[in-house]
Write a protein that binds this ligand. Structure first.
Ligand code: ADP
Ligand code: MG
Length: 460
């Protein structure tokens, strides 16, 4: 019933208060007449205790019809352990609260800091799931958070859309804001920075703009690819960069591609970005996708069968945002219709999902064979044929595998399209490729690439 309590709180308090404070409360358990809740820090405790305790107590009493005593404990959340064995040295993190910071600042000042920082408190290290695709970036971000301005400065995190750049960047900000509140943290997107700069020119307030950015302790700028071709903003950022860098202020940037691939960037700003540490975020592999889905479904209190999670992990391989979206869709479906999530439901529901490689009846096996043959530089005739040359077996098996996952044909139908092979041959090929792509990342990438090509082929 804590969930119900949260729901009612959500209705009565402002969304900001809810996000900043209530969402950080965790249910710990209940005992005779007592409800145990935990909060992650003294900072949150003070606020919740003073302003929300009575509301919470009222709601709970209302729900249960009894007088329940609410007890809060401070329980620091530890960082999640990465899916791959990469964790390394995050252990001290539980003891990082600096008591002097808690007493030396008023709560009001802290809230003002939060608002001024522009950070979304929900992007945290605690809910960032690191796998081998992100282990390096994650460790670097952690190191920066613990010692801002000292370790990796500047730092640039780059990677494609939906891979967690914003999440990681804001985690750094939230961590520093909470553990090092004397540092002024500012998060902006490059677009916000640009707009603010342009606005300041219009209002003749460029000096105020300069002062604002040159006084920060930690500057986090998201999506710097936006700056391409914006020369005067680049110029301004160049000076901001130098000022902050020279005084050992932490700078962290994100970009959707490596700096070397940015166009229309002044060479002096380019060289600033390239200075320091550049780390990439890669798409998660199968194991990490599985770990992400497990964690996210647990966070949503949903138990989803492993075969369904496996199905999503295998098919939604683009990025974390798409993984999250497919999970949300299934959960919404199951909650609204009050149905258990089964593999069949997942297949059906995720069919229309753009990032999903689900079966598409209009796709012909012929197309698949053509794309695969072109890719491996062999003839379609041979891919359909019976020759057992090594260079033909793999393309043939991959084509069968793709036909099975992309088209809605039975294995016998697929077999007949491949020069009259039987269903067990197709099944064998399917299982073999399926097994291999779980362990062979290069092959997995090849298969994903082929899927994209097949889809594009269809469009053209
Ligand atoms: P980007 O900025 O690279 O486009 P985001 O940081 O916005 O990507 O991530 C997209 C979504 O996926 C967000 O909801 C984010 O919380 C989630 N997400 C991304 N990476 C992870 C991760 N490693 N662990 C947990 N959630 C993640
Ligand atoms: Mg982003």
């Amino acid at each position: 019933f804590w969930l119900e309590t949260e729901k009612r709180l959500k209705e009565t308090i402002s969304p900001t208060d809810y996000t900043v404070w209530i969402s950080r409360i965790r249910y710990e358990g209940a005992a005779a007449g007592k409800l145990m809740l935990s909060v992650p820090s003294q900072f949150v405790y003070d606020k919740v205790d003073r302003e929300f305790r009575s509301q919470i107590t009222d709601i709970i009493s209302d729900l249960t019809g009894e007088h329940i005593k609410v007890e809060f404990v401070i329980k620091k959340i530890s960082a999640p352990s990465p899916a791959a064995p990469f964790s390394g040295g995050d252990d001290e993190e539980n003891e990082t609260k600096k008591p002097h910071a808690e007493v030396s600042r008023t709560e009001k000042e802290r809230i003002i800091d939060y608002e001024a920082s522009n950070l979304n408190p929900l992007y945290r290290f605690e809910n960032f799931i690191a796998g081998e695709n992100s282990a390096f970036a994650y460790s670097a971000a952690m190191a920066i958070s613990k010692n801002p301005g000292v370790t990796y400065n500047p730092c640039l995190v780059y990677g494609g859309v939906g891979l967690g750049k914003t999440h990681l960047l804001q985690s750094i900000g939230n961590y520093i804001l909470e553990n090092n509140p004397e540092l002024k943290v500012v998060y902006v997107t490059a677009e916000m920075f640009t707009n603010e700069f342009i606005q300041s020119i219009g209002d003749k307030k460029t000096q105020a703009f300069k002062n604002k950015y040159r006084k920060v302790g930690v500057l986090l700028i998201d999506d710097i690819h936006f700056l391409q071709g914006k020369d005067s903003t680049q110029e301004e950022l160049f000076h901001t960069f130098n000022d902050l860098y020279d005084t050992h202020k932490q700078l962290v940037f994100t970009c959707d591609r490596p700096i070397s691939e940015l166009k229309d960037l002044t060479s002096r700003l380019r060289s600033r970005f390239e200075r320091g540490l550049n780390v990439d975020l890669l798409p998660p592999n199968y194991e990490t996708r599985m770990a992400i889905l497990k964690r996210k479904s647990a966070e949503k209190n949903m138990s989803i069968p492993d075969d369904v999670l496996d199905f999503i992990s295998r098919n939604v391989n683009t990025n974390v945002r798409d993984l999250e979206a497919s999970l949300t869709k299934l959960i919404a479906y199951s909650t609204l219709l009050n149905k258990e999530i089964t593999l069949d439901i997942a297949k059906e529901q995720l069919k229309a999902f753009p990032a999903h490689n689900a079966a598409s009846p209009s796709l012909s096996i012929e197309t698949i064979i053509r794309v695969v043959s072109d890719y491996f530089n062999v003839s379609t005739y041979d891919v359909k044929g019976k020759k057992k040359t090594k260079s033909l077996i793999q393309p043939r098996q991959i084509a069968m595998y793709l036909a099975r996952i992309l088209c809605e044909y039975s294995t016998s139908e697929i077999g007949s399209e491949f020069g009259g092979k039987d269903h067990s041959t197709v099944m064998h090929a399917y299982q073999r490729v399926e097994g291999m792509i779980k362990t062979d990342e290069a092959l997995n990438q090849t298969v994903q690439k082929l899927i994209r090509e097949i889809r594009d082929y269809k469009k053209n």
